[in-house]
Ligand binder design. Sequence first.
Ligand SMILES: NC(=O)c1ccc[n+]([C@@H]2O[C@H](COP(=O)([O-])OP(=O)(O)OC[C@H]3O[C@@H](n4cnc5c(N)ncnc54)[C@H](O)[C@@H]3O)[C@@H](O)[C@H]2O)c1
Ligand SMILES: [Zn+2]
Length: 400
Amino acid sequence: MRTTWTFSSAGQIIFGPGAVRQLADAARRLGIERVLFVTDQHLIEAGIFDEARSALGENFTIDVFAGGEPEPSLQAADECIAHAREFRPNGIVGLGGGSNMDLAKVTAAVMTNGGHPRDYFGEDKIPLPSLPLICIPTTAGTGSEVSASCVLTDRENAIKIGMMSNYMRPAVALVDPSLTLTCPRKVTADSGIDALTHAIEAYTAVDNATFPLPPGVLSLYQGRHPLGDCLAEKAISLIGANLVNVVENPSDRAAREAMALGAMLAGLAFSNVGVALVHALEYPIGGATHCSHGAGNGLLLPYVMRYNMPYRDREMAQIARLLGKDISGLSNGEGAELAIRTIETLNLQIGIPTRLRELGTNYDQIPEFAAKALGIARVVRVNPRVPQVAEMIELLQGAY
Ligand SMILES: NC(=O)c1ccc[n+]([C@@H]2O[C@H](COP(=O)([O-])OP(=O)(O)OC[C@H]3O[C@@H](n4cnc5c(N)ncnc54)[C@H](O)[C@@H]3O)[C@@H](O)[C@H]2O)c1
Ligand SMILES: [Zn+2]
């Protein structure tokens, strides 16, 4: 039984509209002189790279890797690392959604530790601190700006692979909600439901006191704890109150700010408590179909909640309340059902697919998805109900 818990974050959080203007100060405080930006063509076209570049001013030597891609592959990581080895930065700025921030994270880690990303797959395999890293999210979102994870796609084996280490938490999370104003509708919706999934998986995780960590195994995830709950609750209400609005009114600055805060709080919660079965199932499905991480998670979320409901009905009833529903007079089971239906409606409103077949999967792939998902022990053990392969096959068949 675990009786203690810890909480880790980015070294510093700078949050608010216009925060990007503090980039030069943040870089100087970290002793950075040679800066590698890790970004992509869309952000260059949207003018966001120029904004960050000019915020840095003239006193730095700068280079740019603009080969970021959605759900980045191991090859993209190789290219970014090769670029960095040539330029030799002493600090990295990850500018973009989770995809570019994750590329920046793995590059910052490999620059000080040497070797190849494959050497660091799994948990706590990184021996030394990374290069100073500043992450500037442009989606709201993954929470990668504060999290300890980096997710890459292994195309050969058709699966997402993760690395987790507190050394991958950025030194500074520079969160400027105005940078999300140019997000296309689908990116706003998919990244927003990912953030809600982070908060819900953390809020309904197995308890810290009974976290099933085998002896000798290290994990950054620790199960539910009081600080994680505070953050997840606030994230669920912020995202619940603003996600539909921000998808329908992309230039609503107040809604963009609320979403950026909600996504970051969800990142702080899940990166300490854990994500669970939704993420475990999304890794093989996303690896095989190339759907966005958010779309895959949003689709799976109500199905997994229904599976977990007998173990977490009280928390799910609270989720209904946090999503703005009146639960007075309802039993926990009725409240939980209301939460699940609210999320199903939300998915429809923002255009998340509701059936696995819409992602282009074959029915015959389901047993393989179930087996691969249950192999991802670091997230499966966070789930409040211990999943069996046959149950996962049934769950995915129901979602097909
Ligand atoms: N490290 C973590 O903690 C963590 C957590 C969850 C997800 N992830 C990973 O993050 C990735 C998904 O990240 P995401 O949902 O933020 O999307 P993304 O980074 O994949 O971006 C999607 C697309 O939107 C574009 N885009 C992003 N911001 C924009 C803006 N402001 N204006 C115009 N275009 C913009 C990007 O260029 C890209 O083409 C996945 O690879 C997922 O596995 C990581
Ligand atoms: Zn996620």
